[in-house]
Design a protein around this ligand. Structure first.
Ligand code: PLP
Length: 434
């Protein structure tokens, strides 16, 4: 390493030390965040080192991250994107590619999903002219059953796209079998569940495509960022094309003619030999992540197993501490799963003598951060009310979630003292309300 660079990175380490001021935990004063990124000195150094290299567009670090992350998630390919939302957009858009021939989804085709969701699990379905079909979820697991999804399949249903809710896997083995049986695609939105397992295999490794978010609230972060994963090489090429302007060529930036046929293609009505670098087989986007995001991602990847272990520990602490508390429906792991939790979800029993909003206000007043289960029932939001959709059965639990459900944090930045304070505060509120 060049001397100046080594000196600068040394200073960065010292600067990092200066930022480490632990003021101690003061109950009711210190913020207990529901989510947050955990960064160490290596993250800071990795980011500055990448900045010093002044290669901002995705390059060797991005390729290395994609390869390591794909291996970790047991998929053949990983494609870095700007966010989890753009990963979802690419995954759904990929299913509409003409390259899939008769398997391609066409406007008006349906994708089964849930309304108790993060908006950008559902939005790409609409953005592609497809129709979301909503089924209800279970309270406790916050996932739909395979039976509910099976009952929603109609003649135009071509795919299932569901998130592993708050880190808790849905029954992905049977869901994948159902999709197979009906020649449908399965997309796992794995944005909240990196590190979760179902039948001992990582979530995100079962569907035709899966997605991840690297926003700071998630299991590991790049500040912003996301990823599409697949083991299907045809889908992988389509995702890459859609992400990279829609181009047909697959050379990395800075490379040319890796196929040795750059000037030998004839596509569309273009003249024979037109430069393959500028032939477009999709109406695409530019949703590429940067080298700086990848630098942070590589550094976080070294720690993600520890982060997931801390999330499990914090969740268990909350679960054991709150066991038996009246009027609360506590979260349960889906059978056969080992969740790497995103948050600790609580539903206030609709028959309780208090509303979730009152408990939320009490906790927020004590600086205990809460979040709703994302949008609750998305169909009750202005954006989605008038959109084409189908609902199968009643969205009873989805509506209960909208009014009665919230989550508190389990992220690795929380200490045992903080978790203990969350537990005692919830119990104090519930006991006072009978
Ligand atoms: C289940 C789920 N899907 C998708 C996203 C979108 O990810 P991003 O914020 O990176 O766009 C989120 C965001 O938190 C999410 O929770």
């Amino acid at each position: 390493m060049n001397d100046h660079k080594a000196l600068i990175l040394d200073e960065v380490r010292k600067f990092h030390q200066d930022t480490q001021t632990d003021k101690g935990f003061v109950p009711g004063v210190t913020e207990i965040w529901p989510t947050g990124a955990v960064h160490d000195v290596e993250d800071r150094v990795a980011l500055v080192e990448a900045a010093l290299d002044l290669r901002v567009a995705a390059g060797t670090r991005a390729r290395k991250f994609e390869s390591l992350f794909a291996r970790k998630m047991k998929r053949r390919k990983a494609h870095l994107t700007t966010s989890g939302s753009s990963a979802n957009l690419l995954a759904v858009s990929a299913l509409t590619s003409p390259k899939l021939q008769e398997m391609r989804l066409r406007p008006g085709d349906e994708i089964i999903t849930v309304a108790a969701a993060f908006p950008t699990t559902v939005s790409p379905i609409l953005q592609n002219g497809l129709v979301p079909v909503f089924v209800d979820v279970e309270l406790g697991t916050y996932n739909p059953t395979v039976e509910k999804v099976a009952a929603a399949i109609g003649p135009k249903t071509k795919a299932i796209m569901i998130a592993h809710a708050v880190g808790n896997p849905f029954d992905v083995v049977d869901m994948a079998a159902l999709a197979d049986e009906h020649d449908m695609f399965l997309i796992e939105d794995n944005c909240d569940a990196v590190g979760s397992f179902y039948d001992g295999e990582p979530t995100g490794s079962f569907g035709d495509l899966s997605t991840v978010s690297f926003y700071p609230a998630h299991h590991m972060t790049m500040g912003e960022g996301g990823c599409v994963l697949t083991s299907n090489l045809a889908l992988s090429r389509i995702v890459e094309s859609l992400r990279d302007w829609g181009r047909d060529c697959w050379c990395e930036p800075g490379e040319s003619n890796t196929c040795l046929k750059r000037f030998s293609y004839q596509m569309g009505t273009l003249p024979a030999g037109y430069d393959h670098k500028y032939i477009y087989s999709h109406v695409g986007y530019n949703l590429k992540a940067t080298e700086l995001q990848a630098a942070l991602g590589l550094s976080q990847l070294n720690k993600v197993d520890d982060f997931c272990a801390a999330r499990r520990r914090n969740w268990r602490h909350l679960r054991e501490g709150l066991e038996g508390t009246r009027h609360l429906i506590l979260p349960v792991a889906t059978p056969r799963s080992d969740p790497s939790w995103y948050g600790f979800v609580i539903t206030v029993d609709p028959a309780a003598p208090f509303q979730a909003s009152e408990l939320i206000a009490f906790l927020e007043d004590r600086k205990i951060g809460t979040r709703r289960l994302f949008g609750g029932n998305l169909l009750r939001h202005p954006a989605y009310m008038e959109q084409p959709h189908r609902v199968v059965g009643e969205l009873t639990n989805t509506d209960i979630i909208t009014t009665q459900t919230f989550h508190v944090g389990v992220y690795p930045g929380l200490t045992d003292e903080m978790i203990e304070y969350v537990v005692s505060s919830i119990k104090e509120f519930v006991e006072a309300r009978g």
